[in-house]
Design a protein around this ligand. Structure first.
Ligand code: HOZ
Length: 423
């Protein structure tokens, strides 16, 4: 890490990877296989980070490796249309009821940035509403009240983002429809879009309360604003077709990333035909990318979706995730520790808090010291969790019942130690 810090800010290529808020030094990973990662010192960990979400099939999935090798043999990038981009786009449109057309990009940040540009372009309005604790990548105008690394580092925004860039960003508490209604009242005909993580995964994991997403849909329709689901994390993670399919709410635009790239850099935004027709070259809203639709990333994403589409995959994934989350709560009860855990599909989260946690304000009240102790003990025990309470956890199809048993046994010991932490 000392060597890394000499040439890379903080020694990491994304702040969430650093262990500043939990103490200690991040292990350098040498390789991954299935549900495990192995560090350069040969320590093996059961992995619940999954590269922050993409690796729903686990590490080095043989089918994904085969597909990437096959694509690679033909060349790595053309900057020209390829058949595999169309195949992945077709798979996405088939899976997501709200998406008629989709444009590939290379990161979730690009997807949200492009979606809000499109929303502004088609509505002719400038304001965007986002929710406290939701994180939509490092887009200038969305770095307010942001979760993930911004919350972990405890910074309110970021120097380098001029105030003018965030003036048009309106914030509301997650799960608070009244606040959204107030915003529409305050800025009638000014809100271009409401942007939301349909399951929040960047303030820990926070579920939408019944009626919240439906309420957003109604308010947006009533006020002529677009509803944008940021499904970078939830897309193909909480269900085939993502949160919109699970909760039966149709957004106007959807952002995807992580799982759709199968562990390679790919993301996407898409939506209704009439809206996507406004994207260049069909329409005037400009957006472009040299490596967009990269054939290796498309191959990894397509193979991942093919494997996920098989019957029973999501049921198995959800059952494993449920066992883990419920097991954690049960072990915490046994150890007399206040902890609430949630799970949906292959995604979970837990807070050292009696619960329920329904907003960023609630999430921030969780016991930070207990999380730190729990995290450090789990790492010692060979369980690799995200190094922040403001992140979600991910289970893959490669996690076996024995992995979960081992994890829960380690959790009992870690909870016992966390229970003794006061500060
Ligand atoms: N969405 C991820 C964290 N919640 C981003 C990963 C990163 O910043 O590296």
């Amino acid at each position: 890490m000392t060597r890394a810090r000499r040439v890379i800010p903080g020694g990491v290529n994304s702040p969430v990877r650093a262990y500043g808020s939990v103490g200690g030094v991040a292990p350098f990973i040498e390789r991954g296989k299935g549900a495990r990662v192995i560090d350069v010192d040969g320590n093996e960990y059961i992995d619940y980070v999954g590269s922050w979400g993409p690796l729903i099939l686990g590490h080095a999935n043989p089918g994904v490796l085969r597909a990437v090798r096959k694509a690679m043999a033909r060349g790595t990038s053309f900057g020209a249309p390829t058949e595999i981009e169309v195949e992945l786009a077709e798979a996405i449109c088939r899976a997501l009821p709200s998406v008629d057309r989709v444009r590939m990009v290379s990161s979730g940040t690009e997807a949200t940035m492009s979606a809000i540009r499109l929303a502004r372009g088609v509505t002719g309005r400038d304001r965007i509403l986002k929710f406290d604790g939701c994180y939509h990548g490092h887009v200038d105008s969305l770095l307010v009240g942001a979760g993930s690394g911004v919350a972990t580092l405890g910074i309110p925004g970021s120097p380098g983002v001029p105030e003018a860039m965030t003036e048009l960003t309106v914030q509301a508490p997650y799960n608070d429809l009244d606040a959204v209604e107030d915003a529409f009242r305050r800025w009638p005909d000014e809100l271009a879009a409401v942007l939301v993580e349909p399951v929040a995964g960047n303030m820990g994991c926070v579920l939408p309360e019944p009626g919240f997403l439906q309420g957003l849909r109604e308010l947006c329709t009533r006020h002529g604003a677009l509803l944008i689901f940021d499904e970078v994390m939830t897309g193909f993670r909480v269900a085939w077709g993502g949160a919109q399919r699970r909760y039966r709410v149709k957004p106007d635009l959807t952002c995807l990333g992580k799982v759709v790239g199968g562990g390679l850099p790919a993301a996407a935004y898409g939506g209704r035909r009439d809206l996507m027709k406004q994207v260049a070259p069909d329409g005037p809203v400009y957006q472009a990318g040299t490596l967009s639709g990269n054939p290796l990333a498309m191959a990894a994403g397509l193979e991942t979706l093919h494997q996920l589409e098989k019957p029973g995959v999501y049921e198995g994934l959800a059952a494993r995730t449920q066992r883990l989350a419920e097991g954690l709560e049960a072990r915490a009860r046994d150890e007399g520790v206040e902890l609430c855990a949630v799970h949906v599909g292959g995604m979970f989260g837990f807070f050292f808090h009696p619960g329920p946690v329904r907003s960023f304000d609630d999430a921030k009240k969780a016991h930070a010291g207990r999380f730190r102790k729990f995290f450090a003990t789990m790492l010692d025990e060979g369980v690799y969790l995200a190094p922040s309470p403001f992140e979600a956890g991910f289970v893959s199809t490669a996690h076996r019942p024995g992995d979960l048993t081992r994890t829960l046994e380690a959790a009992s010991r870690a909870l016992r130690r966390a229970a003794r932490t006061r500060g």
